[in-house]
Design a protein around this ligand. Sequence first.
Ligand code: SF4
Length: 290
Amino acid sequence: MRDPPDTFKVSPSQLEAWLTCPRLHFGKWTLKLPTIDRGYGHFGTVLHAVAERWLDGDDRGRRPDGLPVDLYPEGWEWACNRFTGRREHRLQPLERDHVRRVFEDAVESGRLKRWQGRQIEVLMTRKVGKRAQANAYIDVLLPRGVLDHKSLGNPRYRKSERQLREDVQMNFYAGEVLERNPRLKEVHLAHLYYSKNPADRQNLTKLVQTSVTADHVAAWWQIFEDVVDRMAALREQKNRPWFEVQGPTDYAKACNQYGGCDFRSVCTRKESLVRYTRRVQTITQKGTKT
Ligand code: SF4
């Protein structure tokens, strides 16, 4: 069934972007400005697919059809688009070796387990506020919690337990756990970190885990619903001038987060929106041809 015309899809990335800077969200999701794919996610996509195949097996490593789980089937080294299945990037041999090493460390250390009652790659479809529909895949949904795979090149981006409790994505997913089991008083949250750095041999994987109360999750969902209402209003103002859209509360932090916002050149008036769009489209087209 199709969504009503005034309903839109919302993901944790969108909510996180809005809470970082509403103008960033406006550029990416309302104006749909192009951004440069820096290829940071390919290693993680391949590694997560290996972990998913492993989690799909039973305790003896067999699939539902009785055959042994094949962790590295033909073409496993390709990063594929999650929605279309299209092959997008092939890992180099050294990167493939590293995927195997990191995955083995996760299993041998017991950080990655075949948890009881696990569900893999669960699509969240619940409503968020009156106008939006959740659009998110949960890596591992457990009866009392969620686990998210995270591949990082730099360990300084790992979250602490405190940061995990205030993480937008994890509180979003926790809402799904409570929806399925409303009697729970607490939800368990976990990030399983995989190092993309082959030199990081002592810390190939790390598990950060904590719990939040049902009230804590409900408070976050109230924020999500408020944000969705504000997003809905801005979606109807596509012609709003760039600088009239609200910026972040902390410019230094928001504009430099995760290697820097894509739209810095526009916000610092180095280029117009039109020039920015042309430049990024040219870079993207060149990248596709190579
Ligand atoms: S550069 Fe800064 S102000 Fe501009 S959209 Fe990005 S985060 Fe917002």
